[in-house]
Design a protein around this ligand. Structure first.
Ligand SMILES: Cc1cc2nc3c(=O)[nH]c(=O)nc-3n(C[C@H](O)[C@H](O)[C@H](O)COP(=O)(O)O)c2cc1C
Length: 217
């Protein structure tokens, strides 16, 4: 697939088929993703790729914890976020609601429990950053995630970045034996989209360029 086509057609998938992605394909996706730029090429990320039954076991633990703590998806900000940003988030929720209702669920349950279940994906990449790195290195992790979802798309593998896992970092590190010094930044669910699932019909819009760009010349 052409790079620009991947950029223009990729979208997050929120219902995956229960079909494994061949290991060699995942390795190729990761190899391409790690071509991402990083400050002085430190490549500060650590990726834990969790597959199959291990992925399901992890999700069972996260869902148990969700039932007890009920920490949910949200903008995660300590200060109010200007309305134009919140309006974009509300648009997604409003547009996805009838789709998940057609699947017999409600939006909040579907997104929160679905995120912790990685939407049924057979593989999840959990991306960590060692605490020795300053916050600026999050930019590097962001590049890796962008490359990861695009390389996946190019290899015919669908994806969904899932940030909610950050709220369940302790459980994840305990389950996977990840050293205390590694901070969980984000995860990316990887697999093949359930083609007939209503939620996968959703396409997120983008703000007009004039809203997000100021030209200075
Ligand atoms: C940092 C980050 C965290 C995200 N966390 C979640 C999540 O926890 N659950 C989820 O369903 N989608 C999550 N997403 C996916 C976004 O909702 C999605 O990228 C956005 O709505 C744009 O849609 P698109 O990816 O289809 O273009 C996350 C994306 C990013 C970049």
């Amino acid at each position: 697939m052409d790079l620009l086509e991947a950029i223009r057609t990729r979208s997050s998938v929120r219902a995956f088929r229960d079909e494994p992605v061949p290991r060699r394909l995942l390795e190729q996706v990761l190899l391409d993703a790690t071509r991402a730029p990083s400050a002085i090429n430190m490549q500060p990320w650590d990726v834990h790729m969790v597959l199959g039954d291990e992925r399901k076991r992890l999700s069972r633990r996260l869902l148990r914890s969700f039932k007890e703590r009920a920490v949910t998806c949200g903008p995660g900000a300590s200060r109010p976020i200007p309305d134009r940003f919140m309006a974009r988030a509300r648009y997604c929720a409003d547009a996805m609601t009838p789709l998940v209702e057609r699947m017999g669920s409600d939006f909040k349950t579907y997104i929160n429990e679905g995120s912790l279940n990685f939407y049924g994906a057979p593989a999840v990449a959990l991306i960590f950053l060692d605490e020795c790195f300053p916050a600026e290195r999050m930019v590097d992790v962001g590049s890796l995630v962008a490359y990861l979802v695009l390389s996946a798309e190019g290899h015919g593998v669908n994806s969904c970045p899932i940030g909610l896992v950050q709220q369940y970092e302790d459980e994840i590190k305990d389950q996977l034996n990840v050293p205390e010094s590694k901070k969980l930044i984000i995860s990316v669910a990887l697999g093949f989209a359930e083609p007939d699932s209503p939620v996968n019909e959703f396409r997120s819009p983008r703000a007009d360029l004039n809203e997000v760009t100021r030209w200075v010349d």
